[in-house]
Design a protein around this ligand. Structure first.
Ligand code: GDP
Ligand code: MG
Length: 370
């Protein structure tokens, strides 16, 4: 997918191409002046330079028709935050996700089989938090480049015995470009050579200044392995969520985003969806990307069958004929006929675009923020 070259990008940023190339290298992208940048690289750069990118994506616009309805303020209720964990490889993302999940398994649930559905929910102080356990980078790069915004809060994990690394910087750039609040989890504080203060210091260079130093970034010292500081981290998430005043209307047909999909030998196509608006019920007709279906069965992350699922709930659904893609919008319609028509229309649009018409992504304008 072509967009603009490094040279063109530099020009819009009023920067030297050499500087932009250097910056790209720093962000882990090797590029020459005439090279076309992909959307991801452009977003990274824009995030880094603190500029806003306006994307014109003709094909996607049609494919991503949202059928969005404007809600009455009075119909909105609080919804759980959706959290992604990002950070450099081996800094402890997987260990943290597992530790939080295990911490949350209450006595009553023990013995319940946890399902991998691409996301899970925990409850603390009678409030729910949804964690996406698809790799954070994927969730950001593939989903965001397709127009889906699923994350409310990003946790950036930095190992206290290591430091700020390329993927740490990339994660910061992504979160900033998406305007998603960041919580820094300084991990592995159990290690003898851990130096959390050094991490704090290093991150000030990326405009992540701790509250105690006059900034507005919350740092949490944790050990994912020894399960130290996890309650505090969960409390911090709730605190940040409260400030965001995350709300949704549960009383309308469901809309959400596909987080994973696959062909299961026994069940056929399964799709894992994060419900973002409305309430999904068994029997509902829906469109996921260019596919349509009817919810045959629905389970949550604990393997429990559900009859309905409200905002911020991740669910696994069967009842499709084909497998959609991660990042595809998921939208319910009043009946199967309508869903089928929409899905067919989208298939045609997609095929046309694949045949070459209008596939080029154009970057309309880049303007400076500061
Ligand atoms: P990821 O690549 O970010 O998902 O990192 P992993 O979760 O796979 O962790 C990488 C390694 O660091 C594994 O060997 C973990 O056991 C270890 N690790 C993760 N968290 C901690 C921690 O808090 N303390 C210590 N000592 N080791 C940790
Ligand atoms: Mg991992």
């Amino acid at each position: 997918r072509g967009t603009m070259t490094v040279g063109e990008m530099a020009k819009s940023l009023h920067k030297d191409a050499s500087e932009v190339i250097k910056k790209l290298l720093f962000l882990g992208v090797m590029a020459t002046i005439n090279q076309e940048l992909d959307l991801d690289a452009i977003q990274l750069l824009a995030g880094d330079y603190n500029v806003e990118v306006e994307l014109k994506i003709p094909v996607a616009e049609d494919r991503f028709e949202t059928f969005e309805e404007i809600d009455d303020e009075a119909d909105l209720i609080e919804r759980p935050p959706v959290v992604t964990i990002m950070g450099h490889v081996d800094h402890g993302k997987t260990t943290l996700l597992d530790a939080i999940r295990k911490t949350s398994v209450t006595e009553g649930e023990a013995g319940g089989i946890t399902q991998h559905i691409g996301a899970y929910q925990v409850e603390t102080h009678n409030k729910k938090i949804t964690f996406l356990d698809t790799p954070g980078h994927e969730a950001f790069t593939s989903m965001r480049s397709r127009g889906a915004q699923v994350t409310d809060i990003t946790i950036i994990v930095v190992a206290a015995d290591d430091g700020v690394m390329p993927q740490t910087i990339e994660a910061i750039a992504h979160a900033k470009a998406a305007k998603v609040p960041i919580i820094v989890a300084v991990n592995k504080i159990d290690k003898p050579d851990a130096d959390p203060e050094k991490i704090k210091q290093a991150l000030t260079e990326y405009e992540l200044v701790p509250e105690e130093w006059g900034g507005d970034t919350i740092f949490c010292n944790i050990s994912a392995k020894q399960r130290i500081g996890l309650d505090n981290l969960l409390d911090t998430i709730l605190l940040v969520a409260e400030v965001q005043e995350l709300k949704a209307n549960p009383n309308k047909r469901a809309r959400g985003t596909v987080i994973e999909a696959e062909l299961d030998k026994g069940k056929g196509p399964v799709v894992r969806v994060l419900i973002q608006h409305g309430t999904l019920r068994v029997g509902d007709s829906f469109v996921a990307g260019v596919n349509f279906g009817r919810v045959r069965a629905m389970v949550n992350d604990k393997g429990k069958r559900l009859k309905e699922a409200g905002p911020s709930t991740p669910v696994e659904i069967t009842g499709l004929t084909e497998v959609p893609q991660a990042g595809d919008p998921f939208i319910c319609f009043e009946d199967e006929r309508k869903a089928r028509i929409i899905a067919e229309k989208r298939s045609v649009t997609l095929r046309q675009s694949e045949m070459g018409a209008n596939v080029r992504v154009t970057l309309d304008d880049l303007y400076k923020h500061i």
